[in-house]
Design a protein around this ligand. Structure first.
Ligand code: ACM
Length: 526
């Protein structure tokens, strides 16, 4: 009861005198409301100063794509009511300041990305309006805001199921709305190779055939032109795209196309690995990476490195692996795996890129300067702590609460669980509490957070949306806003206009506060 009363008081504090409310996600670092008055505007007349015009145009495109159609026009002189000013020296990169007073709004930032984020905030501050209802009323206020983490990521697995360019673009538009800035693209795995490599065309022609639901489905993949288009689209939204080419495990699709580089597999995971004993494997993979790195301007390339033990049984009997083991006096297959990883890390360095790997690579002996690590095995906190103690820059994506292929409600039947545990909206919002020890002990080594959407159980756009929305909003909240605790009820209050926007846009989402109206969108595979 006491909790309820406090919540109602809180809601009244965020509701302004005549019902307007501040419902911004992620919440800004500092937001000061001035005396309950408003700036009323019929339409925005925008004056772009100091190189802010390009970013304004990018924003206008992106916001329209997610269903927000605000009346903006560019202008000068006395009708101007919105001033955009980049190149402000007192602000940091990504930081912005919004000042709303009785006759105008001024937005300032040091760089384009800060301006872009400020405009996302402005749309929300005005109370997400769509074309049908576009009278604008903004609380007089000052907002000064910057992100908690530099890495605010979302990973999409397109090997298990392929979603295609339009869906990826839509996802990028929503990521930008929530100020997420890294798109990790899982492009190769057991079920399909999804990126064209000109030197090895069979990777897509043969390796691109099928998916998790239908192993015989037609080849689906991105051409190099498609990749460039997505990278450009993302960069206009200030999102960096990181490709993942998984190795030495999860290589089945590649091995289907070029069996000469296969290191075999196990009964459950046939043809799962590349062959670490074959010198030509390193040349093959480095040639692939050369083409990949030319397509992605990011400093980073992700080489996976996870779960090799699933399918490296045949290494025990492979003659080339045996020669390698003798030569280096390796005593077990783990040493072979680590040898492969360190060689490929050198290969990545020779291409002037930085390796990212799943947390297994901490044990491989790649130097902390040479890589970034994604900690995913939430059941192995000792791996996280060992990595941090040794100085590895780490992106936090423990299965719980960051694997969005896990179910999000006790009543749901499609999706993963871990010993009964799953990923609720509340569990994401509790991130800072759950992981306070590593966050407090190693603040400079934790580069950020990321959600991973594995797609074994996600076969359609509708199900992709259902597993993503609104958990992506909770991800943004903890990625951007530096708070030791997020109040669940207060977050749900802020979420309401976003749920309405999802509905308007035909996005199937889950509302944990209204299960009946948002029934589970099930997968083919439970
Ligand atoms: C993973 O989930 N295998 C990184």
């Amino acid at each position: 009861m006491r909790g309820k009363v406090l919540f109602v008081i809180f809601i009244f504090q965020v509701l302004l005198a005549n019902g307007q409310s501040i419902q911004i996600i992620p919440s800004p670092a500092n937001c000061e409301l001035k005396n309950g008055s408003f700036l009323h505007v019929k339409s925005w007349v925008v004056q772009c100063e100091n190189g802010s015009e390009k970013v304004f145009n990018q924003f206008a495109d992106q916001i329209k794509n997610i269903g927000i159609d605000l009346p903006f026009q560019k202008g000068t002189g006395k009708f101007v009511n919105l001033y955009l000013r980049c190149a402000q020296e007192d602000l940091e990169g990504e930081e912005y300041r919004i000042s709303v007073d009785s006759d105008k709004t001024i937005i300032e930032s040091s760089d384009e990305v800060g301006m872009f984020y400020a405009l996302q905030t402005l749309v929300q501050l005005a109370g997400i309006k769509t074309a049908e209802n576009n009278k604008i009323k903004i609380p007089e206020s000052t907002i000064i805001d910057k992100p908690r983490f530099g890495w605010r990521g979302f990973m999409l697995d397109e090997s298990r199921h392929f979603f295609g360019k339009e869906k990826v673009k839509q996802l990028l538009d929503w990521m930008a709305f929530y100020k997420l800035n890294v798109f990790h693209w899982h492009l190769t795995d057991v079920q399909g190779w999804r990126i064209e490599i000109k030197k090895f065309p069979l990777l897509t022609e043969v390796g691109g055939v099928g998916n998790y639901s239908n192993p015989d489905g037609p080849a689906q993949y991105y051409t190099q032109e498609d990749i460039k288009e997505i990278v450009q689209y993302a960069s206009e939204r200030f999102i960096e795209v990181i490709p993942e080419i998984d190795m030495p495990g999860h290589a089945t699709a590649a091995n289907k196309a070029y069996p000469e580089y296969s290191g075999g597999g196990s009964e459950r995971w046939p043809e799962f690995t590349f062959n670490p004993g074959n010198e030509n494997t390193y040349k093959f993979l480095t040639d692939i990476l050369r083409e990949v790195t030319e397509l992605f301007p990011s400093q980073y390339i992700h080489l996976g490195g996870d779960e090799v033990h699933f399918g490296n049984e045949q290494w025990k009997t492979d003659s080339l692996v045996q020669v390698l083991m003798k030569k280096h006096e390796f005593e077990n297959l783990t040493q072979v795996e680590f040898y492969f990883i360190t060689r490929m890390a050198d290969s990545v360095s020779s291409l002037n890129k930085t390796l990212i790997g799943w947390d297994e690579i901490i044990s491989a002996g790649v130097s902390p300067e040479q890589c970034r690590v994604m900690w995913w095995r939430h059941n192995k906190p000792e791996q996280l702590m060992q990595g941090l103690k040794s100085g590895y820059k780490t992106i936090m994506c423990p299965r719980i609460p960051f694997y969005f292929d896990f179910v999000q409600d006790s009543t749901h039947t499609s999706g993963r669980r871990w010993k009964g545990d799953f990923v609720t909206l509340a569990s994401i919002l509790d991130f800072s509490k759950t992981y306070r020890n590593p966050l407090n002990q190693y603040p400079s080594l934790i580069a950020g957070v990321q959600a991973n959407l594995w797609s074994e159980r996600i076969h359609s756009d509708e199900r992709l949306d259902f597993m993503t929305f609104p958990r992506i909003a909770a991800l943004a909240e903890i990625a951007w806003t530096d708070k030791p605790k997020v109040d669940y009820k207060e977050f749900v209050f802020r979420l309401q206009p976003f749920l309405q926007l999802y509905k308007k846009q035909g996005i199937s989402y889950f509302n944990p506060e209204n299960r009946d109206e948002t029934p589970e969108v099930k997968g083919i595979v439970p």
